[in-house]
Write a protein that binds this ligand. Sequence first.
Ligand SMILES: [Zn+2]
Ligand SMILES: [Zn+2]
Length: 73
Amino acid sequence: MLKCYDCADKNKINEAVGVCIVCGKGLCMEHIKQVEFPMKGGYPMSHVTLKKDLPRMLCRECIDSIFGVDFCV
Ligand SMILES: [Zn+2]
Ligand SMILES: [Zn+2]
């Protein structure tokens, strides 16, 4: 079973409930962040535009880097 990477970093063990779609690390309920934004020209499907916003699982670090730098909607 996958363990939460951020918890493991602090010498804690928690089961991961999901995986960050950007960096791929396992995350527990406490560390996972669910964001919904339009899928347009972004990772991982830059060639398609979906009709519907989809929830995406990300870790704190990736949200910071994506929303902070060039968040394209
Ligand atoms: Zn955790
Ligand atoms: Zn991440």
